[in-house]
Write a protein that binds this ligand. Structure first.
Ligand code: ADP
Ligand code: MG
Length: 386
């Protein structure tokens, strides 16, 4: 158990494990409030490390690096779920850490994650755990066609294989090296949505309006948030389920839960992320408090307040593919000036030096007076970017 979080006020240093774009946006939010920041990430060029006051270049399990982080930072958070849970436990001895190692450990493992959802009374897609050859042989036929997902270390569709027959399933499991997996039934999705909550040490919880998300090739491409983006009843159910999942964890921090909605209106939970989420980036320009502002408040033990959306929003992810003009390996900077000529466009780039196909390089938030205007600007921006 970590100690109760005291208020850590501006002027103090906040720490974050992981130096990716989510850490960078946390650092920006913390600095705007007057905090100093410390990032622990082995990569000297990490997006967050480059904008932080302190950057500790060690591995996430390095005892000396963790001790330096605990020495500098009065409260600590994480920006990606694959931070080894023992590192968070180690830090929590010295400093308040949010989210707690126990929550992160559940979110890191699809098997434990699904068990938690079921415990909270939230239905998942039909699934089977595959950890042994016996479990593989016992898989019910009605889970096929399905998606085999490794229990650990998947993101952006990585670690997933589509399988249609028992033979394909067996080959796919073998291809993982026989690591623990879940087989999920492949569902015909009407749409996908997600809900982000921030929960404080005292159990106070606030949420953002549900996000409607479009994925391409397993990677988030577009998020839309406006009144009516999701039928009211489904939105209420997603919010209620997310709050139950966060309460069930005794969660402290920002948590995102993703849902699938089927044609008949059935809603099932997909997965959760114990941190701010790509589908919440719209909040940076369309709300009075962003998901990163609320992350700062949860880790600092400060009061939360319900974020108010002041504009409809569309978020377009900017993947490295946009830097490639043809089939060659030559990269060209996209035409930002042309995109910025459009009204209500907010460009966020993460400072990553090399573009790679499928790599998240930044995002565009588009705001405007109504969703039709915002959408047509988003269409223009997408066309300009090719
Ligand atoms: P990741 O951890 O890579 O985000 P997800 O489990 O969220 O993995 O899967 C990525 C995307 O793949 C989902 O957002 C969805 O579009 C699609 N997908 C995943 N599982 C299913 C499923 N059981 N049925 C249909 N589509 C799925
Ligand atoms: Mg996902």
């Amino acid at each position: 158990m970590s100690a109760p979080t005291p208020h850590v006020l501006p002027g103090a240093t906040l720490g974050v494990i992981g130096g990716g774009q989510l850490g960078r946006m946390f650092v920006h939010a913390a600095q705007r409030m007057g905090y100093f920041t410390a990032v622990l990430d082995p990569d000297a060029e990490s997006p967050a490390g480059r904008v932080s006051h302190h950057h500790i270049h060690t591995d996430y399990t390095d005892v000396d690096g963790l001790a330096r982080l605990a020495g500098l930072a009065e409260a600590i958070t994480t920006e990606f779920e694959n931070v080894p849970a023992p590192s968070l436990e180690n830090l929590a001895v010295a400093r308040p850490v949010a989210p707690a190692a126990a929550s992160v450990a559940i979110a890191q493992d699809r098997i434990r994650e699904k068990a938690h959802f079921v415990r909270c009374g939230v239905a998942c897609a039909p699934y089977a755990v595959i950890e042994t050859a016996e479990q593989l042989a016992a898989v019910a036929d009605d889970l096929l066609p399905g998606i085999l997902k490794t229990a650990r270390l998947g993101y952006d569709g990585k670690g997933q294989q589509r399988v249609a027959t028992p033979a394909e399933l067996a080959a796919a499991w073998e291809a993982t090296g026989g690591v623990p997996c879940v087989l999920e039934k492949r569902l015909a999705l009407d749409y996908e949505c997600s809900v982000i909550v921030a929960r404080g040490q005292d159990g106070q919880m606030v949420h953002f309006p549900p996000q409607r998300n479009l994925h391409r090739d397993g990677i988030l491409a577009v998020t839309e948030v406006y009144p009516g983006n999701i039928p009211v009843g489904q939105a209420a159910r997603a919010i209620e389920s997310t709050r139950a999942i966060a309460d069930g964890l005794g969660y402290v921090g920002v948590l995102c839960v993703e849902y699938f909605v089927l044609a008949d209106g059935t809603m099932v939970v997909n997965e959760m992320a114990p941190r701010p989420h790509n589908s919440g980036h719209w909040s940076m320009d369309a709300c009075d408090l962003s998901q990163f502002d609320l992350q700062v408040r949860t880790v600092a033990g400060l009061p939360l307040s319900t974020p108010r959306q002041h504009s409809p929003a569309v978020m377009l992810n900017l993947l490295g593919d946009l830097w490639f003009v043809d089939a060659s390996d030559t990269t060209v900077e996209p035409p930002w000036a042309d995109v910025l000529a459009l009204p209500g466009v907010h460009l966020h780039l993460y400072g990553k030096t090399d573009a790679r196909r499928g790599r998240k390089m930044g995002h565009l938030n588009i705001t405007g007076p109504d969703i039709d205007t915002v959408r047509s600007t988003a269409d223009f921006a997408a066309a300009v970017l090719g």
